[in-house]
Write a protein that binds this ligand. Structure first.
Ligand SMILES: Cc1cc2nc3c(=O)[nH]c(=O)nc-3n(C[C@H](O)[C@H](O)[C@H](O)COP(=O)(O)OP(=O)(O)OC[C@H]3O[C@@H](n4cnc5c(N)ncnc54)[C@H](O)[C@@H]3O)c2cc1C
Length: 770
């Protein structure tokens, strides 16, 4: 079959076209349209989904690199000039054009209905196509998306009309001369191409001016009204509540709405399978365009509108959890989307957002932050660049900073470069009744689907945790506390973090042994939580605290020796030792841990270390066996004791330096306390965040790098002691981790020293997040 009509863009007889970026919503449907016109079409894409591959195969578009016989290459604007396919096309001297240029060319001889505008053009185009198909009006069409059912995204048609979604993002819009233009609304976007609003406006003024028959604009879009104000021809007609084509939303139920139609509409009502004011307006635009094309309107043309993929697509809906995915990527779209979802959310609205393009993020940071602030909890992914080079101020970290400044109360999680880690955390955050929405135009739809699979696994995992907790309860005495999903923030000095899947406070050695032997579960020991950052998503395991009174013993054994239980607070140890007239422990005053934590960390201050005063320790192995180890058998050093890496400290025999007057000991304690008050902040913290590098002090380096007072959300580098990060009241662990990352990077950059964390990331490894 000879292709027809022959586009003027082609200098020679063209039979075969190769499409680069054929998996995308711009080039994919165009490839199908070209195949429909009779061209031999091939294509390639770096991220082709199986579904798209199958669709292309059905439509006779072959997938692979540029074939030997190829006359022409069309590419998405997101394809860089360095892309191997682009380079290969240039090397073979094949003509290269962008999607919009070719689309304009193959539609030149047709009566084109161009659907354009900033928000809702894919939906409006899809609605128009649906109405035309339902009315048996055989126009050609090219959608910039995929229908939610198996309606093809492009067809050649058999009459003189063709409907196409026209994209203004790359300037190719200048090539179109429509018969009818439908402008759903106009808003400033694509700041990489349109440096200012006036540039965008000029482009649309020109398009409207080139339109032959009529321009349909929204009655509430001030910019469209302005852009059409000077037009002599064509005719300008409005749609909307007060438009020429008038629409009102009468009712909504079961995913459908009833519209009342007035003004230029020849029918009084329409039923549309879609919901919301925004979709009522889109339906009015689509039905008005169909009417202007000469279609006989009837009430049910959109009653079976199948919807478009990635537009409020419901991925999961149970009474416990609803998961929606949406393509919104401009602040105005996000505002409209979240406003409508807020109404739908039974309890909380959790939003995962992947910004699209650095230039858009840089330009609209403040507007994004304002729109996203409607969420109850927000999770940010790195910017999806869409092939764009980095733009100053346009990263997700910049958006995160904007949110922390302007919406400090909003819970925001962001782990640069570790989106999967963050989404893992989101799994643990969800509560019954939550609505989770994934928002963005990048690959977030894929991520949403993968996440949902993980959630489904999590549901069965939660059931497993329930039964593990039950098994533990059956194994221990009634005095032992066992809880599910116990929040750990309040059990730490930093006051951040999520829940422990199982939390236990054993009352006896036998009970602890029963827990320690729980083979199938990972076990974490919690002291006073003064050297820990608990992740926002909590800890996947059994957290054991020696908080029961049974572990808080202080038993003088004669000769200045004392047996202290692992659960005894260091502060109490100092108080009791003072009363007993035992000196040598004063340096421990002010370290807010307990004996177990101090042994594990070999805590130290004022020139003394915990193991300076230890003679022996009692520990329990993970097999549940109790052992006593002499100091000489232990391997201890700066902030560690190897033997307690795995085992649980139960207590220690400590030795006083000498007997002394209680008053003298108390005076020494006061001296140390004064020193701390002067040199350490009072706000919640986890003590020193980084280890002192050999021969230097982390605090000095951080201070010298100018980082005192540096803030991320509620986390701040203390202005009193630079190696402390303090919680100013509403910090999350994401804030703290991001601040640590920043401090570390700045110190390395300015001082050439790579700081290593001293605080522990509870239940995780720093190397996985820093
Ligand atoms: C304001 C402030 C000041 C501080 N000053 C100092 C200081 O001067 N010097 C200093 O060294 N530290 C200091 N720290 C840090 C912290 O207090 C110490 O590291 C302390 O020893 C931690 O004890 P913890 O009970 O809070 O342990 P946690 O923070 O709860 O736990 C720390 C580690 O010990 C493990 N652990 C806890 N109990 C046991 C046990 N029974 N058996 C085996 N492992 C166990 C935990 O699993 C974890 O790995 C300070 C912290 C703050 C907030």
């Amino acid at each position: 079959m000879r292709p027809a009509p022959q586009p003027r863009l082609f200098e020679r007889d063209v039979r075969s076209v190769h499409c680069v970026g054929v998996g995308g919503m711009g080039v994919g449907p165009l490839a199908i349209y070209l195949a429909q016109l009779g061209f031999r079409v091939s294509g390639e894409d770096d991220a082709l989904t199986e579904e798209m591959r199958a669709l292309l195969a059905r439509e006779r578009v072959t997938v692979g690199s540029i074939p030997t016989e190829c006359d022409f290459v069309v590419h998405s604007s997101a394809i860089a000039k360095t892309h191997p396919a682009y380079v290969a096309a240039v090397a073979r001297r094949l003509p290269l054009v962008r999607r919009g240029e070719l689309l304009a060319e193959v539609m030149r001889e047709k009566k084109l209905v161009a659907v354009c505008g900033s928000h809702g053009k894919t939906t409006t185009t899809a609605m128009l196509i649906t109405a035309l198909r339902r009315a048996n009006f055989s126009a050609g069409y090219v959608l910039g998306g995929l229908f939610a059912d198996d309606t093809p995204p492009a067809r050649a048609g058999s009459n003189e009309w063709v409907v196409a979604e026209i994209d203004e993002s790359d300037g190719t819009i200048d090539r179109f001369t429509p018969e009818l233009t439908v402008a759903v609304n106009l808003d400033w976007d694509h700041p990489d191409h349109y440096r200012q609003l006036a540039d965008l406006e000029a482009t649309f003024v020109a398009l409207f001016g080139r339109t032959r028959k009529a321009v349909l604009i929204s009655d509430v879009c001030a910019l469209s009204t302005r852009a059409t104000a000077q037009l002599k021809s064509p005719q300008v007609i409005t749609f909307g509540r007060s438009g020429g084509y008038r629409v009102n939303l009468l009712s909504e139920a079961d995913g459908s709405m009833k519209l009342s139609l007035n003004g230029l509409f020849p029918i009084k009502q329409a039923v549309v399978q879609a919901m919301g004011d925004f979709n009522a307006s889109n339906s009015a635009a689509a039905l008005a365009a169909a009417h202007l094309m000469g279609v006989e309107l009837s009430e049910n043309l959109l009653a079976q509108y199948p919807g478009v993929r990635r537009r409020q697509s419901v991925l999961h809906a149970t009474p416990d959890l609803t998961v929606i995915e949406d393509y919104a990527h401009h602040p105005a779209e996000i505002r409209a989307l979240l406003t409508s979802l807020r109404r739908r959310a039974k309890t909380r609205l959790l939003v995962v957002f992947q910004p699209h393009r650095f230039s858009r993020t840089a330009q609209f940071k403040a507007e994004f932050a304002a729109a996203l602030a409607q969420a109850d909890r927000l999770y940010l992914l790195d910017v999806y660049s869409a092939g764009e080079a980095h733009v100053e101020g346009g990263t997700t970290a910049d958006l995160y900073a904007e949110l922390r400044r302007n919406a400090p109360a909003l819970h925001v999680a962001y782990y640069p470069g570790h989106g999967a880690f963050m989404l893992d955390g989101l799994k643990s955050d969800i509560k019954s009744g939550d609505l989770v929405v994934f928002v963005g135009a990048g690959d977030i739809d894929q991520q949403a689907r993968e996440w949902l699979e993980l959630v489904e696994q999590q549901v069965s995992l939660m059931k497993r945790w329930d039964s593990q907790a039950e098994m533990l309860r059956a194994r221990v005495s009634a005095a032992t506390k066992i809880k599910r999903e116990e929040i750990l923030a309040e059990k730490t000095t930093m006051r951040v973090g999520g829940p422990a899947r199982i939390y236990a406070e054993p009352a006896t050695t036998e009970d602890l042994s029963g827990e320690a032997k729980a083979r199938a579960i990972e076990i974490f020991i919690l002291g006073r939580g003064s050297n820990l950052i608990v992740p926002d998503e909590g800890v996947e395991g059994l957290v054991i605290s020696l908080g029961h009174a049974a572990w808080q013993t202080f038993e003088p054994m004669g000769n200045g020796r004392v047996w202290v239980g692992a659960g005894l607070r260091l502060k109490n140890l100092c108080g009791l030792a003072t009363k007993a007239g035992l000196n040598g422990f004063e340096f421990l005053e002010g370290i807010p841990g307990n004996v177990g934590g101090a042994l594990r960390m070999n805590a130290g201050a004022m020139g003394g270390w915990m193991f300076d005063v230890v003679e022996e320790i009692q520990l329990m192995t993970r097999e549940g066996d109790v052992r006593i180890l002499k100091k000489a058998d232990l391997h201890v050093g700066y902030r560690h004791c190897d033997e307690l890496q795995e085992a649980i400290a139960l207590g220690a025999l400590i030795r006083s330096a000498s007997a002394s007057e209680s008053e003298a000991i108390a005076r020494q304690i006061d001296v140390y306390r004064d020193k701390r008050v002067k040199s350490q902040p009072r706000e919640p913290s986890a003590g020193c965040v980084f280890k002192n590098p050999e021969g230097d002090s982390a605090g000095r380096l951080i201070d010298a790098a100018g980082l005192k007072g540096e803030r991320v959300g509620g986390a701040e580098v203390s202005t009193v002691h630079a190696n402390f990060i303090v919680n100013r009241g509403n910090a999350t662990s994401s804030d703290i981790i991001e601040l640590m990352r920043r401090v570390r990077a700045r110190v390395e950059e300015t001082k050439g020293v790579r700081l290593e964390p001293e605080v522990l990331l509870y239940g995780k490894e720093w190397r996985d997040v820093l």
